[in-house]
Design a protein around this ligand. Sequence first.
Ligand code: CP3
Length: 348
Amino acid sequence: MTLKPMLAALAGQTQTPPPFWLMRQAGRYLPEYRQVRAQAGGFLDLCLNPELACEVTLQPLRRYGMDAAILFSDILIIPWALGQGLRFAEGEGPVLDAIRDASGLAGLKPEGMHDRAAPIYETVSRIRAALDDRTTLIGFAGSPWTVACYMVEGGGSKEYAKVKRFAYTDPAGFDQLIDILVTATVDYLSAQVKAGAEVLQLFDSWAGALSAADFQRYSVEPTRRIVAALKALHPAVPIIGFPRMAGLNLVSYVEQTGVDAVSLDPSVPPEWAAAHLQGKVAVQGNLDPVVLLAGGEALEQAALSLLDQLGQGPFIFNLGHGIIKETPPEHVTRLAGLIRDWQPATKA
Ligand code: CP3
């Protein structure tokens, strides 16, 4: 049985050309997304509407034929499903009813999570039923640290002062929050697998805000626990970790968490990743989203150089972070063509 290209790469096989998908591939850069988004009402309404969420998940695949679909949802669905107040304010991003200390944890209701998250699982099964036999469905969640950042800060942040102050002044209380999130993440991702997700990605978008010691405690350890629990439940489902801006901490992350692949942000030198990471796990990334926005020569050069540097081992072509909403859709067409036509230098 031959594996789908994405699953083959995750199993450690070199694919020529490599499979590709793009973080935030469904989104505001596509006119057809903006149309459905307007029809749904708010962003959260769209995430919780299985018919429309399935539709926007499939939109980029119809245009570009990516090797993977990623569930259209958000990492903040877990806090919302645990009962935390969440809204997406137009133009300012997510706003949560912040939990500032351990006393706020009592308001979280893990026992109600699956009921509230049920529309997400329904979306997963609809997407899976609509995919052809070469396209892989990725489910996802945020990592506990990154989700805790939003839960404690109440939204985006520059300094992470509130969440770090919680962790430093009440480590035992903060560990309780991390424990709640580890359990919820395992339950939530396991339900996505049962609904049809074939690969899981953990987004640790704010891993780069942590010192090395805190990275070990709040990124590596919770991720290791989540991966171990999911592997016990679903041994065949590959897991991709994305510890964004982790720098040199990528090595301990790859060696200790048990992930099958690591997603790289644009700051990671591809040749370094080829030498130090790709022998251990598959790598995914890491084109700068601004290069895709810019297009032209810069896009061609950067994409080909990335392919040359990582394409001769287990590799999934992706961006180093989400597509920027001003990106011209034709630039994605051009990128898809560059990837499909690429040949390794030795074979050319
Ligand atoms: O990749 C995909 O296409 C799947 C869908 C997806 C979304 N968010 C949709 C979304 C995924 C995987 C996410 C993950 C996510 N959400 C992360 C981790 C990845 C990263 O970007 O670092 C984070 C930190 C969030 C939290 C979040 N959601 C923020 C900060 C924002 C506001 C920023 C913005 O672009 O408006 C969101 C909203 C959001 N999530 C949008 C989309 C398509 C935009 C909502 C809209 O349509 O207006």
